[in-house]
Ligand binder design. Sequence first.
Ligand code: ASP
Ligand code: MG
Length: 431
Amino acid sequence: MDILVQKYGGTSVGSVERIKNVARRIIRSKEKGYSVVVVVSAMSGETNRLIDLAQQVTAEPAKREMDMLVSTGEQVSIALLAIALQDMGHPAISMTAAQVGIRTDANFMNARIQHIDDKPMKAELKKGRIVIVAGFQGIDVGNNITTLGRGGSDTSAVALAAALKAKYCEIYTDVDGVYTADPNKVPDARMLREISYEEMLELASLGSKVLHSRSVEIAMNYNVVLHVRSSLNDNEGTLVVKETKEMEKIRISGVTSKTDEARVTIYDLDDKPGVAAAVFSELAASRINVDMIVQSSALEKTHTNRISFTVKKSDIKSVEGVVEKLRKAGTVNGKHLVDTKIGIVSIVGVGMKSHTGVASQLFAILAKNKINIEMISTSEIKISCVIAEDRVLDAVRAIHRDFGLGEGSVRSAAKPAAKKAAAQPAAKKKG
Ligand code: ASP
Ligand code: MG
């Protein structure tokens, strides 16, 4: 029997009524002949509530205990969902990560999955049961509870789908699928019927909140077909799949932004081998994730460089510690500045590989709107610009409009898949 993994997010299980609704959906899939494994998040708002409780006790709670605390949210959901299914006459069993055997490293609050045992789940499926697994959580080598980082239930689901060799992994959420831009910010954003893993990965790490970026990475590595759809209606949703020829014809698939990063600039660094290595190995040792990096070319007079990089605003305190350390070691001698008022706008599309002029068009759109570009970074399929935080919304809207990504645009009207999405205006309603 084919295995189907379904993941339901916090909004989808946000009330008893919604949990019952999810149970009915699961039963429908079961009745189509699938063995069903379900991953759920905590009820919406619950994880935040738990974090807030700890924060009321102390500003810096131990990470191990935070994981003990926040993992309980998912346990409430799995139990309630199993109870709902049983009440509707369908055998179901809830399982924690420890009961399944989801092994992670010991990096509390941001653990990575290392191994999943497929046997306990398969044994339950064999008995005809629907298996309901707590998302977000894992267990380390010392049997401590870990969690996978905020939004990590997506990653739990995809990892389970990979381990079980599931036919599909359906991600049910409160939006209808993946859009050309956040529909809350850009009213005529269009839903994409299909998107490639690569593009989705870029979008997820560049600010789109639809999927946890680790989940896309795993899906890509293990070829798990992801189907993002709404738990509140029966719309088609978006398939995340391997790149196709069709996708390359389209220059840009989407525009996204984030405002949770800050820029750090270190001045007057010696222009000699090993300096960048010293700076970034210290940052890595403190587990600080660096996103964009720009180094100016050396000034001839002083033989010094300037390095700017962006990190999560929440990591700024740790960065200050690292810079202090580098000062003591003599690596940093000049001033350093932190700017928290930045935003990053990005465009993504596999079509960029084969189309020219995309970057110049992007820069021209920003120029026309008098938006200054402070840093630029590119990959084969994306271009990101650091701009002032208070211009991010303007930038996203202008880029979306001028690249013709919207529902009413000529380009989207020419695409058969887009027509379908445009024919369902209800597809954009949010739950
Ligand atoms: N409940 C966790 C969170 O709010 C995990 C998830 O929802 O995916 O981040
Ligand atoms: Mg989520």
